[in-house]
Design a protein around this ligand. Sequence first.
Ligand code: FAD
Ligand code: FES
Length: 332
Amino acid sequence: MKVKVLPSNRDFEARVDEPVLTAALRQHLNLPHSCKGGSCGTCRVRVLSGRYAYPHGRPLGITAAEESAGHALICQARALEDLVIETREIRHVTDVEIKSLPCRIERMERLAHDVMGLWLRWPAIEPFTWQSGQYVDVMLPGERRRSYSLANPPHDGRFLELHVRRVPGGAFSERLFSELQAGALLHMEGPLGQFVYRPGERPLLLIGGGTGYAPLKAMLRQVLETEARREVTLFWGARTDADLYEDGWLRLLDAKQQRFRYVPVLSEQVAGDACEHGLVHEAVLRKVPGLAGYDIYAAGPPAMIDAVRAALPPQGADPERIYFDSFEYAPS
Ligand SMILES: Cc1cc2nc3c(=O)[nH]c(=O)nc-3n(C[C@H](O)[C@H](O)[C@H](O)COP(=O)(O)OP(=O)(O)OC[C@H]3O[C@@H](n4cnc5c(N)ncnc54)[C@H](O)[C@@H]3O)c2cc1C
Ligand code: FES
């Protein structure tokens, strides 16, 4: 089936047994998306012509009314015939070529009891760049893939830095913790995703849950290392202080940099004055008056993203200026 994308007038081929988004990414067209699980709504398009189907019924991220108005979520929809779809594309992101590359594990470091830092090196002859906030897919056998955010900004582009949390029994993360060693070869595709840092004057509010800190670290470094004035506040939520694996570095940065504020938030441990207690979005609501002035970037588990999207706009945050990346896990 042929899928034509407006307004860019690009087209690509999609099989009936694969989501339209998967086909686009496979053919190196980085259409807007985040969770790839049908819940966040980022991949919504208008279907101008052609039939499609959802194999598991209408996904959670789209209402019946939106569907009747001609909208569809392409991370779930399969094309039944040729389609013409209209989508918002961020041109500077869609124009970057998605590459499929072998990568060697240059270094591995346990950042926390269940988080591994990985530094990957790609072939020197291949130019490769990305934007702070984007992710890469690590390819597994059987056409399976796992997404990991890049934790370093492109101006420090010698390696790709990933932070991988161990999921018991997880096809990739368990293998990483139990088997893989420095020197091993992985295959990756990227850069992917439209969760990218947008330069500007407004203060930044970064909200991360667990390894959702990774893409925010890239943005934080970009702002503090390449821009002169922009103010940044980072709220980092975790269960216990052992999970805040770069807490020491962030506290030092906070003490050194007047325009940076770091607020650690623990949900399962009361840690005195050194941390906020509760869920990370609750701490934001308590500590940040005047949310209207901020550009807000949130990354982490789907429940955290849903809470941020629901709770911040009623307190003044501009929904158009909340950007998010939901770490939905891949369907089996
Ligand atoms: C855009 C994006 C960016 C991401 N970035 C990161 C990142 O920077 N760091 C990171 O660690 N992860 C990140 N993830 C999640 C990551 O892609 C994988 O889903 C995760 O590492 C699990 O993969 P796995 O192969 O180890 O486990 P799988 O083989 O996928 O899962 C094994 C079993 O555990 C279940 N499961 C998987 N994850 C969870 C979970 N979190 N909670 C409960 N059950 C679960 C699965 O349903 C399955 O039954 C990101 C996801 C997305 C969509
Ligand atoms: S609903 Fe499709 S990417 Fe999230």
